[in-house]
Design a protein around this ligand. Structure first.
Ligand code: ZN
Length: 53
């Protein structure tokens, strides 16, 4: 497997900017990137119930 650099980025669902995956919040709109990636909130910032414990 090659080291794919661009997988370190995600598109912020709120502002559509490229955001570093390890950013806790989007630097552009303050969206909670980490919480979203972990499935804690949806793209609207709404909390998601933890279905799989
Ligand atoms: Zn954003």
């Amino acid at each position: 497997m090659e080291n794919v650099k661009n997988e370190e980025y995600v598109i912020c669902p709120r502002c559509k900017q490229e955001v570093y995956k390890e950013a806790i919040i989007c630097p552009f709109c303050k969206f909670g990137i980490m919480a979203w990636l972990e499935g804690e909130i949806d793209e609207n910032g709404e909390p998601i119930e933890n279905k799989s414990k």
